[in-house]
Design a protein around this ligand. Structure first.
Ligand code: SAM
Length: 286
């Protein structure tokens, strides 16, 4: 079977099946061997691993996942790709393809069925239009996960990795950093894909923490505080929080909590670290 991580073989497969790219599914297929190697190495796969791949496309990355992992479960929404995968992956007996929308799949059930509930590794060149719901869904539904190694839009990778004091810092940074250690492992230009995306890309590895890095009594409250602060990031923390319908405290209570912590009442939410959001949540919930 052709090694699909080059332009010629990818184009040959696409032409053979008369495959039409669907923009709405974020279809940009990888055609660069070095990038695929980098993803596989960064994911640190062994034959004991089960990998969940989101969006196998024509199977370029999937072939390499199957060679390096024990089991690969690949979820692809586009039914037109299923017969193609049947051909490109025929040589492998450790791959299960599921024709479904990843946002509707019970991933806990997949981990249970194919890995006895043990932590899985997620490896993918993600469809960019649903990056955040995919990543947050994996963390929030408490799927047993060891790591997530994914290609995402460069700007989104930056947002996952930064701390306070930069324009990219936001709710996604804090959510990711509560659950995992982020590390950008490669920057990838548009010419590594067919068709070329009109944004830069990056491979990011998120290694799940065994224990969260901060202690918080009411996780849900902390995430409500984070969302409310960044929904109105030009406002002070007090105003941002008291304007939000999600926050069950009045302006006076919020001001009192902030002053009691020794913080300025004119502070902005965007300057708070994860640890400070945890302290504020603990102070309000007590
Ligand atoms: N893995 C392939 C590669 O690297 O060449 C394809 C990556 S492409 C960026 C994203 C893939 O995700 C496409 O195959 C697309 O059809 C699929 N996809 C898009 N939305 C999806 C969804 N909601 N659930 C599952 N797969 C989806």
């Amino acid at each position: 079977m052709a090694n699909l991580t080059n332009p010629q073989d990818t184009i040959a497969v696409i032409q053979k099946y008369n495959f039409m790219f669907q923009k709405k599914f974020g279809q940009n297929f990888l055609i660069d061997t070095h990038v695929v190697d980098k993803i596989i190495r960064s994911a640190g796969l062994t034959k004991d691993d089960m990998v969940l791949e989101i969006g196998p496309g024509i199977g370029s990355l999937t072939q390499h996942l199957a060679e390096n992992a024990g089991k690969v479960v690949a979820v692809e929404i586009d039914k037109n790709l299923i017969p193609i995968l049947g051909e490109t992956l025929v040589a492998y007996d450790n791959i299960t393809i599921i024709n479904e929308d990843i946002l509707k799949v019970d991933i806990n059930e997949l981990a249970e069925k194919y890995n006895g509930g043990k932590p899985i590794k997620v490896v993918a060149n993600l469809p960019y239009y649903i990056t955040t719901p995919i990543i947050m869904g994996l963390f929030e539904s408490h799927v047993p996960i060891e790591s997530i190694t994914v290609m995402v839009q460069k700007e989104v990778a930056d947002r996952m990795q930064v701390g306070p004091g930069t324009k990219d810092y936001g709710a996604l940074s804090l959510a990711v950093q509560y659950y995992a250690k982020p590390e950008i492992v490669a920057n990838v230009p548009p010419n590594c894909f067919i068709p070329r995306p009109n944004v830069g890309s990056a491979v990011i590895k998120l290694t799940r923490f065994k224990e969260p890095p901060v202690e918080v009594e009411d996780e849900q409250l902390m995430f409500k505080l984070i969302r409310a602060s960044f929904n109105q990031r030009r406002k002070t923390l007090v105003n941002g929080l008291s304007n939000s319908p999600e926050i069950p405290f009045g302006k006076e209570q919020i001001t009192e909590a902030i002053v009691n912590l020794g913080w300025s009442p004119t502070l902005r939410g965007e300057s708070l670290t994860l640890e400070e959001f945890a302290i504020l949540a603990n102070s309000l919930s007590s």
